[in-house]
Design a protein around this ligand. Structure first.
Ligand SMILES: COC(=O)C(/C=C/C1=C(C)CCCC1(C)C)=C/O[C@H]1C=C(C)C(=O)O1
Ligand SMILES: O=C(O)CCC(=O)C(=O)O
Ligand SMILES: [Fe+2]
Length: 364
């Protein structure tokens, strides 16, 4: 079963942002208005001269060894320096990515009463609503989420799989199967980029946990005051993020203290390193803080897949990546315990990963 909190919580009333938008309020409700330090400085966002790296997956397959090595090197740089990259020529047919966008959008456009048949209970992460809200005082994101555990079957909450649109379940199954294979392939290339055996993660992860989250960000009359999604790193091993066609530019990653936008590329998928790979690589490949911002006139859809080890797997830095020059930075723990820790804390940058950190020894 998916981990849930074991403490009582009172989240107060959470406005549905699509419904709020319909009423065209003259003022944004205070619960959405961020403190000054958190507000996005939208005017300051100029297209970055160095966008996140683009990796051509067809060049990593290995039919030409020299070409493969060169591209593995590019992947290594992307993981070391960015923690985010976009993959093109990933082999997933455009009809698969188009179909998931269509059913996700159709779901979000249903009347509220229909969507509320699949509620995300306070403190849980599956269903329709806002995840990671634990108190009445917490600021809310300008976002509606619909999240479902997909694999293994024991994490599925079948009651939350919607009957409308009619082809939702079948479409998510097809999409998830393709994305699962993509995650396996990418993890193989990541292990090669670390000079490790190609199947090291596949063997370690057991039957990997896979969850899908669809995020819908309606336009917001004051995008300068709100956040679409609070800054966070993902708890997964890797995450695959599909930015909806025609959506506003909204994903930003924190690089050298600046928020850098991720420009959508048609048919590309965004991949990011999660906390679990940061721990396994002893910090060589780091998870990167990211957030989403909103747009005054345009909406945005993203479809996100979290791919992580099975809950019973023990995680800790891999022996090959720890030595005198790279002392062990993280403790060993059970991934199920980390998942529970992750989903029972609000999104706060990279704070969740404190769970695993070993304080560096200071010399006296
Ligand atoms: C809203 O969900 C998340 O952000 C999230 C949770 C994913 C999950 C589900 C929707 C169903 C049950 C499994 C799981 C907890 C993975 C983020 O997932 C990250 C956090 C951890 C830890 C992880 O493995 O993926
Ligand atoms: O919508 C986005 O681009 C960001 C989504 C995200 O980071 C997440 O769901 O974890
Ligand atoms: Fe994320």
């Amino acid at each position: 079963m998916a981990p849930v909190p074991s403490f009582p919580i009172n989240v107060g009333h959470i406005d549905d942002v699509q419904e709020l938008r319909k009423t065209k309020p003259t003022q944004i409700p205070q619960r959405f208005v961020r403190d000054m330090s958190e507000r996005p400085k939208l005017a300051a966002i100029v297209p970055s001269p160095n966008d996140i790296p683009i990796i051509d997956l067809s060049k990593l397959v290995g039919s030409d060894r020299d070409e493969q090595e060169r591209h593995i090197e590019q992947l290594k740089i992307a993981c070391e320096e960015w923690g985010f990259f976009q993959v093109v020529n990933h082999g997933i047919h455009p009809s698969v990515t188009e179909n998931i966008e269509k059913v996700a959008k159709d779901f979000f456009m249903l009347p509220l009463e229909e969507k509320q048949k699949y509620p995300m209970a306070p403190g849980t992460v599956q269903g329709y609503g806002q995840a990671f809200v634990f108190s009445e005082n917490q600021k809310l994101d300008w976002c509606n989420m619909f999240a479902l555990g997909v694999e293994p079957p024991c994490i599925r909450n079948q009651k939350l799989w919607p009957s409308k649109p009619a082809n939702f379940g079948e479409t998510l199954e097809i999409y998830s199967r393709e994305i699962r294979q993509l995650c396996k392939n990418i993890l193989r290339y990541i292990s090669m980029s670390l000079d490790l055996k190609g199947d090291v993660f596949e063997e370690m992860f057991g039957v990997a946990v896979q969850a899908a989250r669809m995020n819908y960000y309606p336009p917001c009359s004051r995008p300068d005051l709100v956040l679409g999604l609070s800054p966070h790193s993902d708890g997964s091993a890797i995450t695959v993020l599909q930015q909806g066609k025609g959506s506003s530019v909204g994903l930003q990653i924190l690089q050298d203290g600046k928020w850098v936008p991720v420009q959508p590329i048609p048919n590309a998928l965004v991949i990011n390193i999660g906390d679990t790979i940061e721990v396994l690589t002893n910090g060589r490949y780091k998870s990167v803080e990211h957030r989403a911002v909103t747009h005054k006139e345009r909406d945005r859809l993203s479809i996100v897949t979290f791919y992580a080890p099975s809950y019973e797997v023990e995680i800790g830095p891999m022996a090959e990546l720890v030595d005198k020059n790279n002392p062990c930075r993280y403790r060993r723990y059970n991934h199920g315990d980390y998942s529970k820790h992750y989903v029972t804390n609000k999104l706060q940058g990279k704070r969740t990963l404190e769970f695993a950190k070993i304080e560096p020894k200071t010399s006296t």
